[in-house]
Design a protein around this ligand. Sequence first.
Ligand code: NAP
Length: 277
Amino acid sequence: MALVIDGKKISNEIKDELKLKVEKMKEEGKQVTLAVVLVGDDPASKVYVANKKKACEYIGIRSLSYELPEQTSQAELLALVEKLNNDTDVNGILVQLPLPAHIDEEAVLAAISPAKDVDGFHPMNVGKLSIGQKGMVSCTPAGVIELLKRSGIGIEGKECVIIGRSNIVGKPMALLMLKENATVTVCHSRTKNLKEVAKRADILIVAMGKPRFVNKEYVKEGAVVIDVGIHRDENNKLCGDVDYNDVVDHVSAITPVPGGVGPMTIAMLMKNCVESV
Ligand code: NAP
């Protein structure tokens, strides 16, 4: 029987640990503050922002909310980021993506002070990760490492295959697995013989954005499968990049969707916030 990795439970454990830490910090006179910036009316972004604020409230992090209209100019947004960079009461800055098309996301992310970059997207933090220095780490891949460790799954010496090479998931994931001493292969849309490569994995991490793409033909018997994907299928049901029902009896451990990697992203965001103080 496969271990079904309970991301909801593990993320709640992390949030409870952070809550205690924040209470202690408050006793020492330290307050954690996250500034959340949302531009426009994207409904999904509004839900993400609301969930982040709810997590802040639970842990005891003060959240400052900046909801700007769709037509906000890049200069106005950069001015706000600069103001928050200089505000010593603000520890973390989160600019919710995607930004409206007229704003250059890269320019905005690069303007956030690396010390306050709780999403871990600033080139300085990405660079630090690549040379093994301490910095803010992208939340979703950091969440995957926590899921593996807290589920007692060893990483060192394991053959790890990652499907996907995006800047927010695949690439930082590869660097983190390397840091944990896995042997890492990164696959993408031009990879030849994907099935054979994926089947080499002791730990298969899938972040490709293709609903239920990975079935048991891609998975070695007894492998650990981590599904980062999140989609709504034709029946409006949440599903991942992995065909869960097809692979579940074939693996030693697997993350479900929902309730696997998803809840970990916010927990790790909160962790970055608390650690930025
Ligand atoms: P992305 O930027 O679209 O990247 C997808 C990656 O998958 C690309 O590197 C692409 O290769 C590769 N790929 C696509 N089709 C492929 C194929 N047929 N064979 C092999 N590789 C293929 O996506 P992302 O932002 O990394 O997100 C991936 C998934 O994770 C999405 O479903 C997203 O919603 C989800 N996600 C979840 C969370 C969470 O909190 N749970 C957070 C972030 C993302 P190329 O580079 O060659 O194009």
